[in-house]
Design a binder for this molecule. Structure first.
Ligand SMILES: [Zn+2]
Length: 148
């Protein structure tokens, strides 16, 4: 996707940051045929990219008869766009380790804002994306689970 197209889509997403209930304001959406779908902002412990993906999946799960299809049959080869936008600027929104692992099997590509003016957006294949960073909340939840 060309940069000016990404910037255009990202600026649409940036209008939704106020819906975010956390200090770090992220918004994500599924991009299908150049169109934005399932815009979701983040909430404490719920990352925007995963939230958008889940909304898309739950829509896909419903067939015409409102019966649920098996989860494993879901394939989305869509692109996810995720941004962080604060005080009028795009910031680093590289997906965390958890999100990469959760999205990897079903989402092909992810575009995220970098906060770097010279290279404001990066488009990467999720299968090739790595990030050792985990959010504090995820870490806390994990520690709690493991300490039980
Ligand atoms: Zn995440």
């Amino acid at each position: 996707m060309k940069l000016n197209k990404i910037v255009k889509l990202a600026s649409i997403l940036s209008r939704f940051v106020e819906k975010s209930t956390t200090q770090k304001k992220h918004v994500a959406a599924i991009i299908e045929n150049g169109k934005i779908q399932y815009i979701r902002s983040n909430a404490p412990g719920v990352h925007a990219e995963y939230s958008s993906y889940l909304s898309y999946i739950s829509y896909q799960l419903k067939c015409k008869n409102c019966k649920y299809k098996p989860y494993k049959n879901i394939k989305i080869s869509k692109t996810l766009l995720v941004i962080r936008y604060e005080n009028g600027l795009f910031k680093n929104s590289k997906p965390c380790k958890e999100c990469i692992e959760k999205l990897r099997c079903n989402v092909k590509k992810i575009i995220y804002s970098t906060g770097d003016q010279t290279n404001p957006f990066i488009c990467e294949k999720l299968s090739e994306l790595e990030n050792s960073w985990q959010s504090n909340l995820v870490k806390k939840v994990k520690d709690r689970v493991y300490s039980k």
